[in-house]
Design a protein around this ligand. Structure first.
Ligand SMILES: NC(=O)c1ccc[n+]([C@@H]2O[C@H](COP(=O)([O-])OP(=O)(O)OC[C@H]3O[C@@H](n4cnc5c(N)ncnc54)[C@H](OP(=O)(O)O)[C@@H]3O)[C@@H](O)[C@H]2O)c1
Length: 348
């Protein structure tokens, strides 16, 4: 099997209608790749139509549709996933079952494509006490989302003898087009108020979407691939797993102040929760409202499990050493870029 590809690849992007997938599709088109986007009938294609991409139609839970979608590709970027759901089973079906269908479809190709799968820091878990998490640390997910993402990583190892697979584990991703962090920016812009949900003093890795796209493309081009399940691991960190992150690791309160700066605000009033009780109360309210509306919301009991777990800081050294990719500018500059975009689009 080939495990690198050259410029002008035939690429499939799953999750292309989402925040990161749309940005990645734009970048791939700009570099000259022939891009096919996996979408569903109700997917928002507003950001994709102007790119002139081709579409493959289907749900990742549909194995036959995935077989048809990957048939022509020599690179597959797998981003389709659920960040929140009312039950753990839904997360498992989409994030793990969906990945299995994509990986299995790749394995059935005569020349299996390179598969770059976007997992999450949540699959690995929070930082060990007193230090950042590295790829060598055993995975210890604390949420249903994290467990589903980790289950998909283990499925990837099952296919690693047939498919060249690289797993990328981003922390919080922010940037233009993101609807989750928009609420944080909006509260600071409109009211000068930032609700710091998380254990006070906990630090977070984060990455801008452009820097994540640089990393994903570098992984497809030259990333190391997973070792097959059961194969003796000769390397530490284990081959084919990469964290990506900016150098800055703010607390949630510090992040609010940086966002305030990026929006030109002199001061931001930070509301900190003194104990995890505040996190659980906020999650209970959000969970209740989202169940009434019938629409899962990112703030939920599952996110409260993550928010009360301490630091979420990961080391980006492995990917920097292997692939020489690092964020091009500071987080504050990226926040300014994001704020300008939100303001231009009147999203705040
Ligand atoms: N954003 C972050 O902070 C972050 C951090 C770490 C990891 N990640 C991971 O990065 C990936 C992309 O995240 P994102 O923030 O761009 O998410 P997003 O904006 O919520 O987009 C999710 C995408 O997945 C698609 N999708 C969901 N269920 C699907 C299904 N059953 N079949 C086919 N497509 C399906 C959605 O399609 P529709 O438009 O049809 O719904 C959408 O294109 C996810 O795997 C996520 O877990 C994100």
């Amino acid at each position: 099997m080939a495990d690198t590809y050259t410029i002008m690849a035939r690429v499939l992007v799953t999750g292309a209608s989402g925040f990161i997938g749309a940005k990645l599709s734009e970048r791939l088109v700009a570099r000259g790749d022939e891009v096919t986007c996996l979408v569903r009938p109700k997917s928002h294609r507003g950001a994709l139509d102007p790119l002139g991409v081709r579409y493959a139609w289907g749900d990742v839970r549909d194995a036959d549709a995935m077989h048809a979608a990957v048939a022509e590709a020599n690179v597959v970027y797998h981003l389709a996933g659920l960040a929140s759901a009312f039950c753990a089973q839904d997360l498992m079906q989409v994030n793990c079952g969906g990945f299995r269908n994509v990986a299995s479809a790749c394995a059935q190709c005569d020349q299996p494509p390179v598969l770059v799968s976007v997992s999450s820091l949540a699959a690995a878990g929070p930082s060990p006490p007193g230090r950042e998490r590295t790829e060598s640390d055993p995975a210890e997910p604390v949420s249903n989302y994290g467990r589903a993402k980790r289950a998909a990583e283990l499925v990837a190892e099952e296919f690693a003898d047939r498919v060249p697979i690289t797993i990328v584990r981003p922390p919080i991703v922010f940037g233009e087009g993101d609807t989750q962090m928009r609420n944080v920016f909006r509260s600071i812009f409109r009211y000068g108020v930032h609700v710091a949900l998380g254990v006070a003093g906990s630090r977070y890795s984060l990455i801008h979407v452009d820097d994540l796209c640089d990393a994903l493309i570098a992984c497809a081009d030259n990333g190391k691939r997973l070792a097959p399940a059961g194969a003796a691991q000769t390397t530490s960190p284990p081959q084919g797993y990469y964290f990506v992150a900016a150098d800055e690791r703010p607390t949630f309160a510090e992040l609010g102040i940086m966002i305030g700066k990026s929006l030109g605000r002199q001061s931001v009033h930070v509301l900190k929760s003194r104990s995890t009780a505040g996190i659980w109360t906020a999650a209970a309210v959000a969970e209740g409202i989202s169940r009434l509306r019938g629409q899962p919301y990112i703030l939920s009991f599952d996110k409260a499990r993550e928010a009360s777990a301490g630091n979420w800081v990961c080391s980006p050294l492995n990917i920097r050493r292997d692939l020489h990719v690092a964020p091009r500018v500071s987080v504050l500059d990226r926040l300014r870029q994001t704020s300008n975009w939100y303001l231009q689009k009147k999203w705040l």
